[in-house]
Design a binder for this molecule. Structure first.
Ligand code: OSB
Ligand code: MG
Length: 368
């Protein structure tokens, strides 16, 4: 494919409800979309960086800046470009994985559309639909949380993830178990809010038979997670700490995690995400697909990835209406707790022009 240019588009999407985690509250999603325009087709990528560097060092303005100044110019070199080459061309620039992922995804979508091939098949998907969980934010009260969880279970979600932080952990977990029973697949996500000194408190979650505790400690504290795993019976799952197939392999070797949350943005792209899947599968480590409150663009790609054989746990790939009253694409709708894997060429979905126009706050065309 010959790339003629890249469009950067900022989109502001209000969330249906505020989403609170241990690192902050979000009321809206400030999204950077990438449109790769080639000689035969175009493709879309969604940059999952958030407005502020609270989940990872990346943030939307920085992603736009690094794309504009460094990453996009580096893609101008070759005559023909394929997605597999994007990673190589961008490799010299440190970090900025969410920015790199969005560019690679857009090029991949354009390439697959031109060839009429669906992303899921390209990645190695083995399922036509994927089971879906939902990530439930920290609430002001336990009754409010129980209402939210009850609504999601009624909607058909097959797994519940509770966001936790010190002061909001054992009590909400106990309340959800008491109200909804032991059969609900339940897990928690701390987004790095604890330290090793909290091992005793985290072990108090053991009696509730959770699927996993996600990222209790600092993202750089891989060894700490290995230490924690000795005193907590619930499996440890890493999110923030896993930034590549190499870090995944090291974390597994250290005994820091029994489960890995794979987010393509966090690891620099869907191709690296597949490599992490392969490493984990070879070591008998279960993986599931995380989320970053994506629109239908990022969601389509995540659902395709989640259809790979090693994704043996339900992901945070929730339906469009869990996030937005209007999605940019045709909405993803939960069917019996599952989302269908798109079958059309590339992502299999595209933003609807009128909705895109409604939510766009700025656009920038970068010719190559
Ligand atoms: O840690 O998994 C996380 C959202 C934003 C940033 C980090 C996380 C999350 C979620 C929501 O938990 C996942 C989703 O539904 O997209
Ligand atoms: Mg997480």
């Amino acid at each position: 494919m010959k790339l003629t240019g890249i469009e950067l588009r900022r989109v502001a999407m209000p969330l249906v409800a505020p989403f609170r985690t241990s690192f902050g509250v979000q009321h809206a999603r400030d999204i950077l979309l990438v449109r790769a325009v080639g000689d035969q087709s175009e493709g879309w990528g969604e940059c999952v960086a958030m407005s502020d560097p609270l989940y990872s060092p990346e943030y939307v303005d920085a992603a736009a800046d690094v794309m504009r100044r460094f990453l996009i110019p580096a893609l101008a070199q070759p005559d023909r470009l394929d997605a597999a080459r994007v990673g190589t061309l961008l490799h010299g620039f440190k970090g900025h994985r969410m920015a790199k992922c969005a560019l690679e995804a857009a090029v991949l979508d354009a390439e697959l559309r031109a060839e009429g091939r669906p992303l899921a098949r390209e990645l190695g998907a083995v399922r036509e639909q994927v089971p879906c969980g939902v990530s439930v934010g920290i609430m002001d009260s336990v009754p409010q949380l129980l209402d939210a969880v009850g609504g999601y279970l009624e909607a058909g979600y097959v797994r519940i993830k509770l966001k936790i932080e010190p002061g909001w952990d054992v009590e909400p977990v106990r309340a959800v178990r008491e109200r909804f029973g032991d059969d609900v697949l339940l897990q928690v996500d701390a987004n790095t809010a604890y330290t090793l000194a909290d091992a005793g408190q985290l072990a108090r979650l053991d009696p509730f038979e959770l699927l996993l505790i996600e990222q209790p400690l600092d993202e750089e504290d891989v060894l700490g997670h290995a230490e924690l795993a000795k005193s907590v019976r619930t499996p440890i799952c890493l999110d923030e700490s896993i930034t590549s197939a190499a870090t995944a392999a090291a974390a597994i070797r250290l005994g820091a995690c029994r489960i890995v949350n794979i987010k393509p943005g966090r690891v620099g792209g869907y191709l690296e995400a597949r490599r992490i899947h392969d490493v984990c599968r070879a070591h008998g480590i279960a993986v599931w697909c995380g989320g970053m409150l994506e629109t239908g663009i990022g969601r389509a790609a995540n659902v395709a990835l989640a259809a790979l054989p090693g994704f043996t746990l339900p992901g945070d790939t929730s339906a469009s209406d869990r996030y937005f009253s209007t999605d940019l694409t045709e909405p993803f709708v939960l069917q019996d707790g599952h989302l269908p894997v798109p079958t059309g060429p590339g992502l299999g979905v595209a933003p609807q022009p009128d909705r895109l126009a409604e939510f766009t706050t700025s656009t920038e065309w970068i010719p190559l």
